[in-house]
Ligand binder design. Structure first.
Ligand SMILES: Nc1nc2c(c(=O)[nH]1)N[C@H]1C(S)=C(S)[C@@H](COP(=O)(O)OP(=O)(O)OC[C@H]3O[C@@H](n4cnc5c(N)ncnc54)[C@H](O)[C@@H]3O)O[C@H]1N2
Ligand code: MOO
Length: 387
């Protein structure tokens, strides 16, 4: 059991201070022995969004399953211009395909199976149809406007790997493969409490000295989008014994992601309460702005990540630490945040010493406009930002 006191800044002009840990190192420390939850369940495709695939998926048939017309037109028996005698009519879904000879054509609608002998499909806009001589087409390259069987994937091919977090594209692919129910990992159960006597439940009337709990809906939504079950642990009061009791109650979950009460003052009881409740944890000062003070630990089966109370700090550290923790628990293999090099539209006066995240507007050619006066508790720049 280790508890360290919050190191205080050495100077007021910069964020350099002894003992700050780089974000990467802190994250590696947090994730060191975190493993995906055990347990697999079968869910229908309609309930599978955001869930994480338990097993790889192999295609059981080719896609497309047969040669298909990509346009409405005529499947012609040669490169054109014809004329070709029209010998059949095939809408999508029709079977019993005729063989098309050299001087023949077949009327095809988009998605229809292309019969044997068809050289290419001529788009109807480029064709002239004469009731006597047949259809005249432009000159066509072989296979034009035909989607060949198996060109997307072939039977036996691994189309999705275990650990894929299912998004709309994956659901389309699973349906195309013929999957109805899919084996996914159990959803991790994550408790998301907020700490502080000063907090009001959303919707409660304003009260002197109090503010509404913005962090809980924000963090719950951030993590719920990753396919976890969020458990209500409510608001934690500034009483160590009550916090310890709440943490003990949540000790059977897979994670507790709390916010507030971690900066180390006499009113910040989370770490002490975690120890009282039989858990373990330590304070970590991260070289991150906003979002410096964090607590990493565990109790029972639950990993503990306690984030700072300032809401932008809670969001930034929720993204940089909460999401990777939850991703690891879900067993997802997605790589997390992608960053792109961009250019600042104007100078940014900042102190050295901490990796800094600020709400920004991203313009054309990745020119980034810094939104004025950001702050770790200011919501409006956050809401105005798109990067
Ligand atoms: N002497 C020092 N003071 C502070 C330091 C420091 O190093 N030395 N660190 C600062 C940093 S950085 C941060 S971030 C905050 C973290 O504070 P806590 O995690 O202890 O959070 P609280 O004190 O409970 O609240 C801070 C702030 O955030 C508001 N808050 C808290 N919870 C919520 C919520 N659920 N929804 C909306 N807003 C919330 C709270 O009202 C406070 O204004 O500490 C600095 N102090
Ligand atoms: O973690 Mo704090 O003030 O940098 O938001």
């Amino acid at each position: 059991m280790t508890t360290s006191l919050a190191p205080r800044p050495a100077c007021s002009d910069c964020d350099l201070q002894a003992g700050l840990v780089d974000v990467e190192i802190a994250r590696a420390r947090l994730l060191a022995d975190v493993h995906p939850v055990r347990g697999v369940e079968l869910v229908s495709l309609s309930a599978a969004a955001r869930r994480v695939l338990a097993n790889p998926v192999l295609a059981t048939s080719d896609m497309p399953p047969f040669d298909r017309a990509a346009v409405d037109g005529y499947g012609v028996g040669g490169p054109g211009p014809g004329p070709f005698q029209v010998v059949g009519y095939l809408p999508a879904g029709a079977g019993g395909l005729p063989r098309v000879g050299a001087g023949e054509a077949v009327r095809l609608l988009t998605g229809a199976a292309v019969p044997e002998g068809v050289w290419a499909v001529a788009m109807q806009e480029g064709c002239r149809v004469d009731p006597h001589s047949g259809v005249a087409s432009p000159t066509l390259l072989q296979d034009a406007n035909i989607r060949r069987r198996g060109e997307d994937f072939q039977a036996g091919e691994a189309v999705l790997e275990a650990g894929t977090r299912l998004d709309p594209r994956h659901l389309a692919l699973l349906a195309a493969v013929g999957v109805g129910d899919v084996a996914v990992r159990r959803r991790p159960r994550v408790a998301v409490p907020s700490a502080g006597d000063k907090l009001l439940e959303p919707g409660m009337p304003h009260a002197p000295g109090a503010i509404h709990d913005s962090n809980r809906p924000m963090l719950a939504a951030l993590l719920r989008g990753m396919g976890v079950e969020i458990l209500g642990l409510g608001l934690l009061p500034d009483r160590r014994s009550d916090i310890a009791a709440a943490l003990e109650r949540a000790s059977g979950c897979d994670a507790i992601v709390a916010s507030g009460g971690v900066s180390g003052s006499e009113a910040d009881h989370l770490l002490g309460a975690l120890h009282d409740a039989g858990g373990h944890g330590s304070w970590c000062a991260v070289a991150l702005k906003p979002g410096k003070p964090l607590v990493f630990g565990g109790i029972g089966t639950a990993r503990c990540l306690f984030l700072p109370g300032n809401l932008v700090a809670a969001l930034v550290s929720g993204i940089l630490f909460g999401r990777p923790l939850v991703a690891r628990l879900t067993g997802a293999v997605d790589g997390g945040l992608k960053s792109l090099p961009a250019r600042l539209a104007s100078g940014w006066d900042r102190k050295p010493g901490r990796e800094e995240f600020a709400p920004a507007m991203v313009g054309p050619d990745l020119v980034v406009e810094h939104i004025s006066k950001p702050g770790s508790a200011r919501l409006m720049p956050l809401v105005a930002a798109d990067g």
